[in-house]
Write a protein that binds this ligand. Structure first.
Ligand code: MSP
Length: 662
């Protein structure tokens, strides 16, 4: 435990505002929240920053498409990002926007310091630039595609201010050597060291081709390069030029995805060194959550959204899955199947079952009061030892950000307790004094184990751990519990059990996945006029409410209707999809091409009966995946009766395939 609350400052990247958060972004923010909660339970005074990266040509273009000024566009997007983090229970302590005035001042101040110290000069640069990643690509030729995102590069010539990155090769290499933990995991450190050893070119840090950026004072039309701007947000969030007053800088930990490690471990420390400011202590690069081995993107139709999962299974389920299923630092594949399997096995059958079983036995046998243990048998001591040892192991793994390992240890202890209960069978013991005493020992032991597990789990499962804590009659706030004081044998006999609340109701896998996908589709392609979906932190039942949200009958203009392109299509083939009771996979001729489309009509139409049928098809929907099968369009159907039975639209006269519906 630190003497006087030691400060700990951690950050997530600040997210681009030309899109909305998906599970990849949620991952970083969840991890940051877990670390924040954990560090607070270890006695630290923690600040966690996240925010929005709002400048650059992509935003300029997105605002133009939306027909509103950039400032209005980014304000709306920043609100949406902030609101989502609030809904998910992972709000930042400091939410920084790169259009904030303090931030603008901080960027200009950092530039001034770098310039005064002789690390900035004016020059010209022509290069191949990726407007999506906001980066010049070294060694690229005109006509090349971006090596990161695969999109075409543009040739750009500009008068720029350059940063003398080349002067920092040696200082950076020395710094990495002196601070071997600065870049984590080790594989990434080696990658960066070889990159820097290969030589560093000076970096252009201002732009004249972009309008939407922070102006370089007295040098208009120069605006700052987005990465010079964005990285500085970490410092502006905790005071900017007055950072010393708040005392959180240098940051203890920057959490980033592997794609942006170079910006954080080469450019960022170099800018700070040039300005003679303290350099952050650690940058940790995690891997990506992939969908079918590809990076998620809306254009590929493979994004996974957090809200539908939370509405169906609760936020804790999502948090648990993200941390348990993939080793922090490595890539992992996201699958709804794995998510729901883990939910049912680890949360519903594991933790949830142990908690409700233990509480029910105490309720029944000891009138809801924690019993007093009697003489211990070797098996009680073995279990106690296992739980006691787990404390150290879990804390050590949390410290190393080895979340999957920490959770594995906790679940080994939960499984041991389950086995213990099954073999001790307290429910089969009678009412003699000796048997009552044995029952008391077994149930106290299980409850104590549960208390330890719950305290350790709080950073990862804050809602559910709080419920179990309350159930065990613990009145102090779990968020303030000091993990350094956690020991076996602190559960006081005689404590009355608290309120029992639903933890993790078991779900039917197929149905759960179908509901999640339906909600995700609605969020990605909202029904015009339908209210925006909202997250609910816990309820399984909430999914039905969210899915059945009624459409509001606001009028839309003809221009809105014209955005939906509907055409006559003819169904060529139809088949069922294994594991998806409600879906049919169709191929549909839409006049210009044959499309694969999934339709949720399997319970009402035999596949064979559909062949040759002409239907109305929405052809300009973004492609998406349903149960892993690509769907490229939507078949229009009436929704009839309370159960929403689909009835396909049809035509009573001859219509040409491909004809547009107007
Ligand atoms: N704005 C920059 C960061 C500036 S920080 C000074 C940026 N923004 S981003 O929105 O594109 O990405 C933010 C983070 O989300 C990155 O760390 C990126 O790695 C992470 N992820 C985006 N997709 C991801 C997955 N599919 N999986 C895990 N993380 C991923 O880059």
């Amino acid at each position: 435990m630190p003497d006087k609350k030691q400060k700990f400052y951690l950050t997530t990247p600040i997210y681009y505002t030309n899109g909305l958060p998906h599970i990849g972004h949620t991952y970083t923010t969840v991890v940051a929240d877990v670390i924040r909660r954990y560090k607070r339970m270890r006695g630290y005074d923690v600040v966690m920053t996240t925010g929005t990266d709002e400048h650059g040509v992509n935003v300029e273009r997105a605002a133009k498409r939306a027909g509103i000024p950039e400032s209005e566009f980014v304000a709306k997007m920043a609100d949406a990002w902030r609101a989502l983090w609030d809904e998910l229970g992972i709000p930042a302590d400091e939410f920084v926007r790169t259009t904030d005035l303090t931030h603008v001042r901080t960027v200009q101040w950092l530039f001034k310091l770098c310039r005064e110290n002789g690390y900035v000069y004016k020059g010209h640069y022509t290069g191949q630039y990726c407007i999506y990643d906001n980066a010049f690509v070294n060694d690229a030729k005109p006509g090349d595609n971006c090596p990161d995102c695969g999109r075409p590069l543009e040739t750009v010539t500009e008068e720029n201010y350059f940063f003398k990155l080349s002067s920092f090769q040696k200082p950076l290499l020395d710094f990495y050597k002196k601070n071997p933990d600065f870049i984590q995991p080790d594989t990434r450190r080696n990658e960066i060291i070889s990159f820097v050893e290969g030589g560093l070119k000076d970096l252009s840090i201002t732009r004249t081709t972009i309008r939407w950026g922070i102006p370089v004072p007295g040098e208009e039309p120069h605006v700052f390069y987005v990465w010079f701007d964005a990285l500085t947000a970490y410092l502006s969030a905790v005071g900017g030029p007055e950072y010393e007053k708040r005392g959180y800088w240098p940051a203890d930990l920057h959490l980033v995805g592997k794609d942006i490690i170079r910006f954080h471990t080469v450019y960022w420390p170099a800018f700070l060194m040039a300005a003679m400011l303290p350099v952050p202590k650690q940058v940790w690069a995690h891997g990506w959550f992939l969908m079918d081995a590809a990076k998620m993107s809306k254009s590929k139709g493979n994004v996974v959204l957090p809200r539908p999962i939370v509405n169906m299974l609760g936020m804790d389920a999502l948090r648990y899955f993200l941390l348990r299923d993939v080793v922090f630092g490595q890539d992992g594949n996201f699958s709804y199947d794995a998510l729901v399997t883990r939910y049912n096995s680890d949360l519903a059958n594991g933790l949830g079952n142990l908690a409700s079983r233990t509480a029910a036995l105490i309720e029944k046998n000891f009138a809801g009061k924690i019993p007093k243990p009697d003489a211990l048998k070797p098996q009680d001591e073995v279990l106690a030892k296992e739980a006691q040892n787990a404390i150290g192991e879990v804390l050590e793994n949390f410290d190393k950000l080895s979340f999957a390992r920490a959770l594995e240890t906790i679940w080994t202890v939960i499984a041991a307790a389950d086995k213990y209960l099954t073999s001790e069978q307290p429910w089969a013991l009678g009412n003699s004094e000796a048997e009552q005493a044995r029952k008391a020992t077994v149930l106290w032991t299980t409850a104590e184990l549960l208390r330890i597990v719950t305290a350790l789990l709080f950073p990862v499962l804050p809602d559910s751990a709080t419920k179990v804590w309350t159930l065990l009659g613990q009145s102090d706030a779990l968020s303030k519990f000091e993990l350094d004081g956690l020991r076996w044998s602190q559960l006081t006999p005689g404590t009355s059990l608290g309120k029992s609340q639903t933890l993790f109701p078991r779900v039917d896998k197929t149905e759960a996945i179908e509901r999640i996908e339906a909600m995700a589709n609605e969020e990605l392609n909202p029904t015009p006029g339908a209210p925006a979906p909202a997250a609910s932190a816990s309820a399984v039942g909430a999914s039905a409410a969210a899915a059945a949200a009624p459409a509001v009958s606001d009028k839309i203009g003809i221009e809105d209707f014209a955005k939906v392109e509907m055409r006559v299509g003819q169904i060529k083939t139809a088949e069922r999809i294994v594991g998806a009771d409600k879906l049919l996979k169709l191929t549909v001729d839409i006049g210009t091409e044959i499309r694969q489309i999934c339709a949720g009509i399997a319970q009402y139409y035999e596949p064979e009966s559909l062949i040759g049928r002409k239907v109305a098809v929405v052809v300009n929907l973004a492609p998406r995946k349903l149960r892993g099968v690509e769907s490229n369009g939507m078949i229009v159907a009436a929704s009839v009766g309370p159960e929403g039975r689909p009835v396909l639209t049809g035509f009573h006269e001859e219509v040409e395939v491909g004809a547009r519906l107007k």
